[in-house]
Design a binder for this molecule. Structure first.
Ligand code: PHE
Length: 470
């Protein structure tokens, strides 16, 4: 069967931006930026996005478009040996496992969306609400709905499923985000939040913060998960990869900034004297514990329906962002199974879906409901649940490793001239440009080096409880 393609460069950009824009941009970024130097963090983050992440992004997209294959197929075809094939396997298993825990978080968001729409803000803002929600039976109802939606999109294929969903959801997401920013700007004390977000404090940029900013930029662009290789394999040959990559990176940064202009003014209008050090580092507690309190407090001004509407609107926005990311990550194993085994999309979806549902249920039961899953292992001096183990191994550890191997693969195995030739299709100005020299040089030298350092330090920190750097 002929491989499906995105209908245009814009179709690809929206799908890839759908993957990139997720909970990371909308929630994790504002929390991190506000605590770590505001605009100074933003400047460093943007620098990392364009100077470190963009070359990796171009490498993934070109590799996908050149081979017209999933990551396993791409590494096998060009690598020509067992070792690279193993790396190919890692690039398929990693998104599958990250998909499992991302699915669970998306289900939580969907649950909060449903509850906001049903007007249950008081329950959501109660101190214990999140803990009891994630251990409730109704969670499985929400899980069934999210899985149904995700699979319905994926069943539609590249053009009628992934691209169509992105074409509908992404513009809605941008409009909703801007509408919410405008709304929070009208709240009292909102400007305190804007000030907090935008005043740069360069002395807060420690090594640890820089490491966090780079990791955030890297993950936020969905790098090293095989996603851009897979989506790249659906790009038309005459589309301009460099242009598309810049657009995706730019949109991702833009959404992160807008989200900062949404969340911080909301936080400050809720409590102008808030000490940001008291805000938790984790985006999970920000979104599921702190924000519901703000929505509830809005009832005083805009009433019960108004506050429920704003809360529902916000969770819908985050849900759209999470859904398009979830679709992208599950497409990687689906596409791999279709390519490698020649099965239909439906068969691939059903078999992978069954495995994924089983693992997602185990994840969902690992927050205290089932002792074995809740205290699965202990390392680095901490007891870890199944959810934590999946997160630590695949998200924290294997991602930088995959990124590092991808750079080495493209530059030293596939070779620079082949990579350049692929990018140059659809782009006459790349050959001989400064960008070409920078991309080739950085991918062969300091980018893999930095990723190697991050990988080693993550392993030491998480599994041995010893941070080697900070
Ligand atoms: N880019 C996503 C975010 O910022 C992260 C992600 C993408 C995670 C795709 C999983 C799958 O939230």
């Amino acid at each position: 069967m002929k491989r499906e393609q995105f209908s245009s460069s814009l179709g690809f950009v929206l799908a890839a931006a759908g993957s990139a824009v997720g909970i990371g941009n909308l929630v994790a970024f504002p929390v991190m930026a506000s605590k770590n130097g505001g605009a100074a963090f933003l400047i460093m983050y943007t620098f990392f996005v364009f100077f470190i992440c963009l070359p990796v992004m171009l490498a993934e997209m070109s590799l996908g478009r050149h081979t017209r294959q999933n990551p396993l197929g791409a590494y096998t075809e060009i690598g020509q040996n067992r070792a690279w094939r193993t790396v190919g396997w890692m690039s398929v298993i990693t998104p599958f496992m990250i998909g499992v825990f991302y699915l669970v978080i998306t289900v939580w968001i969907f649950g909060y969306l449903a509850k906001s729409v049903m007007g249950q803000l008081t329950e959501l803002a109660a101190p214990d609400s999140f803990g009891s929600f994630i251990n409730s039976n109704e969670l499985f109802v929400y899980m069934a709905i999210v899985i149904g939606l995700t699979f319905a999109i994926l069943q539609g294929g590249v053009k009628q499923g992934i691209e169509k969903a992105a074409r509908v959801l992404m513009p809605m997401l941008f409009v909703m985000l801007i509408a919410l920013v405008i709304y929070v700007f009208t709240l009292e004390n909102a400007m305190l939040g804007v000030k907090f977000f935008l005043i740069p404090e360069f002395d807060k940029l420690t090594g640890k913060v820089l490491n966090g900013a780079l990791a955030q930029a890297f993950f936020s662009l969905s790098l090293a998960m095989g996603i851009l290789i897979t989506y790249g394999s659906y790009i038309q040959k005459n589309n301009n990869i460099v242009h598309a990559g810049k657009m995706v990176a730019g949109l991702s940064v833009l959404v992160a900034c807008c989200s900062g202009l949404l969340i911080l003014p909301a936080v400050f209008s809720f409590n102008p004297d808030i000490q940001l050090s008291t805000l938790s580092e984790s985006s999970i507690s920000m979104i599921f514990t702190f924000l519901p309190k703000i929505f509830l407090a809005m009832q005083a001004d805009i009433g019960y329906f108004g506050a429920s509407f704003i809360a529902g609107f916000f969770f819908l926005l985050v849900f759209f962002a999470a859904l398009t990311s979830l679709v992208s990550i599950i497409e990687v194993p689906v596409c791999s199974l279709m390519d490698q085994k020649g099965v239909s999309r439906r068969t691939a979806l059903f078999s992978l879906g069954a495995a994924m549902i089983a693992l997602a249920v185990i994840c969902a039961l690992s927050f205290g409901r089932v002792e074995l899953f809740s205290n699965l292992l202990s390392y680095g001096g901490i007891n870890k649940s199944f959810f934590d183990v999946v997160y630590d191994i695949f998200y924290e550890t294997i991602l930088p490793l995959n990124g590092l191997l991808l750079c080495l693969f493209v530059i030293y195995r596939w070779k620079k001239h082949n990579f350049d030739a692929e990018i140059s299709q659809g782009n006459d100005t790349f050959a001989g440009s400064f960008l070409q020299k920078y991309v080739n040089f950085s991918l062969g030298t300091f980018i893999p080096f930095i990723l190697a350092v991050i990988f080693v330090n993550t392993v030491a920190t998480i599994f041995f409880g010893k941070n080697l750097l900070f």
